[in-house]
Design a protein around this ligand. Structure first.
Ligand SMILES: C[S@@+](CC[C@H](N)C(=O)[O-])C[C@H]1O[C@@H](n2cnc3c(N)ncnc32)[C@H](O)[C@@H]1O
Length: 253
């Protein structure tokens, strides 16, 4: 697997592949109830703009036309809620996530918003989705793929459940390549984020892990290559906010 983003200069802990999922599960178990607040605090609200860009690209139909979206590693349902709000009455979403605590927060949020009918929350692993082939018009994954131990398996699963002509969109932290911003970003990532994690989610280690996982994730061109290897066509990506985030797109042709 390409590991272009791998960098041990920061003294990252090395986690064997078979232990990674348990570590990730602990992280999201620990932060589930404060996850949404932490997203706003850590990104200064920017995650909303990045997610809005993803939803604009999903572009669900406005009318009654049926449109089925699967949001992988969908956690507390943010992307699903936004797609439902952007789409018409035919839009239905499924959130699949490996962590029951994150899904529980999502279900409560859906009930509060009266969106229970338009979104289903399903516990499952992105590496082996509990869904039949070709059932979805679009598959998304936001800030999730870097947490999945076997990225190639998740890409293959996304491809499998997409209908022919369907689109896969992946929003993920990327590689900052603007001089100056890079130094600031490093300071923020390795000092401010763990401190926020300690103060708000009462778990600095969990947020240190999240920062490390960002730095280890493949560069966008390497990830685009992985998508092509997974069968996707017309693969492209768009960097946002100086490369802090990239939006990747591919089609099942
Ligand atoms: C950073 S959160 C992103 C949540 C949501 N997509 C968002 O943007 O707010 C990452 C999510 O990935 C989930 N996750 C990690 N490994 C997974 C796997 N193998 N299969 C499905 N979900 C997974 C975690 O449980 C967590 O909810």
């Amino acid at each position: 697997m390409p590991q272009a983003g791998k960098n041990t200069d920061f003294g990252f802990q090395e986690v064997p592949l078979e232990d990674k999922q348990a570590l990730v599960d602990d992280v999201f178990h620990s932060v589930a109830s404060r996850y949404d607040l932490m997203n706003d605090l850590m990104s200064g609200g920017l995650h909303r703009a990045w997610k809005a860009a993803l939803v604009t690209t999903v572009n669900p139909p406005k009318g009654e036309r049926p449109f089925a979206l699967l949001d992988m590693a969908g956690g507390t349902g943010d992307i699903a809620f936004r797609v439902i709000e952007a789409g018409g009455t035919g839009t239905r979403t499924t959130v699949v996530d490996i962590n029951a605590d994150m899904l529980e927060v999502g279900r409560a949020r859906a009930a509060e918003r009266g969106l229970d009918d338009a979104v289903a929350f399903v516990e499952g692993n992105a590496e082996a989705l509990p869904f039949p082939d070709r059932g979805y018009d679009a598959v998304t994954i936001a800030f999730g793929i870097r947490n999945v131990p076997r990225i190639e398996a998740a890409l293959q699963e996304a491809y499998r459940v997409l209908r022919v002509g369907g689109r896969f969109l992946c929003l993920e932290f990327s590689t900052v390549d603007v001089p100056g911003l890079e130094t600031l970003y490093d300071f923020y990532s390795f000092n401010v984020i763990p401190a926020l994690g300690r103060a708000v989610a009462r778990d600095a280690e969990a947020y240190r892990y999240l920062v490390e996982s960002i730095r280890r994730f493949p560069r966008p061109d390497a990830f685009a290559e992985m998508m092509r290897a997974g069968g996707f066509g017309r693969v492209s990506f768009q960097r946002m906010t100086g490369g802090i985030v990239a939006l990747h797109s591919g089609w099942r042709l």
